[in-house]
Design a binder for this molecule. Structure first.
Ligand code: SAM
Length: 239
């Protein structure tokens, strides 16, 4: 199966705007910088380096894995000379035979693995790339029960130049997001499929991988996880 990010790479930074703006990036970078017990950091699904490059600019030694060579190419163009080490590969399987002080998987990265087995393998793989006492951070969206239970598909965005809607497969726990961009001369569309996960599943995956949970947040500013949280940030330590 081809990775949709190979086609999206050239426009990715523009498409996710403003999430690549300093005010959105900085809280994540600051939290990771505070949490890491050392200088070596591994980002799983690094993409174009939205978080990895600012961390490297702070002096951390950052390595990024991504399955899409096209996304890594964008990262290299932005990062300039060797700021972030990039490695192409599948985050649930690749073995670098190195241990880092901290590893992180943000912006719904875990949901790109479409089976429970792959997600658990990813947690175990992250653990195998951490030294004892190393920290692992995962950030992902919290599934919306009201949306999952709907049988009709209503668009979440219906604007003159942009239409988006999600479809759910409740048995396989999959969400496919269809997006249509009508703003350009040649309208474009893309779809991404995610295996959504519940905070309780993340907790179990962490346990299966041998992590000790340190805390969970509802935002990068460290707000508590509540009923109203849109995202969960879970933080573990390797025993
Ligand atoms: C939404 S982007 C996030 C990129 C970056 N972490 C950020 O915060 O901007 C998701 C990334 O996951 C990558 N990806 C998807 N499946 C992957 C896998 N199995 N292994 C490694 N990377 C993967 C995609 O190529 C894409 O670059």
């Amino acid at each position: 199966m081809t990775n949709p990010y190979d086609d999206l790479a050239a426009d990715y930074d523009e498409d996710i705007y403003p999430l690549n703006e300093r005010e959105f990036v900085e809280p994540t970078v600051e939290a990771i910088a505070q949490l890491t017990p050392g200088r070596t950091i591994l980002e799983l699904a690094v993409g174009t380096g939205r978080i990895a490059i600012p961390l490297a600019k702070r002096g951390f030694q950052v390595t990024g894995i991504d399955i899409s060579p096209a996304m890594l190419q964008q990262l290299k163009q932005k990062a300039g000379e060797h700021l972030v080490e990039t490695i192409a590969g599948d985050m649930s399987q690749i073995q670098l035979n190195r241990e880092f002080d901290l590893a992180y998987l943000v912006f719904n990265g875990i949901t790109y693995l479409l089976t429970l087995e792959e997600q658990v393998a990813c947690f175990k793989n992250a653990a195998s790339h951490l030294r004892s006492g190393g920290v692992f951070i995962v950030e992902t969206f919290i599934p919306r029960v009201d949306q999952i239970l709907k049988d009709d598909t209503a668009p979440y965005a219906l604007e003159e130049e942009y239409v988006g809607f999600d479809k759910y497969d409740r048995m396989k726990q999959l969400l496919t997001s269809y997006q249509f961009d009508l703003s350009k001369e040649h309208p474009s569309s893309f779809q991404t499929t995610h295996r959504y996960v519940w905070p309780s599943e993340l907790e179990l995956m962490g346990q299966l991988a041998g992590f000790e949970k340190l805390t969970e947040w509802g935002s990068w500013e460290g707000e508590p996880l509540t009923q109203d949280s849109d995202n969960v940030i879970m933080i573990w330590r390797k025993r």
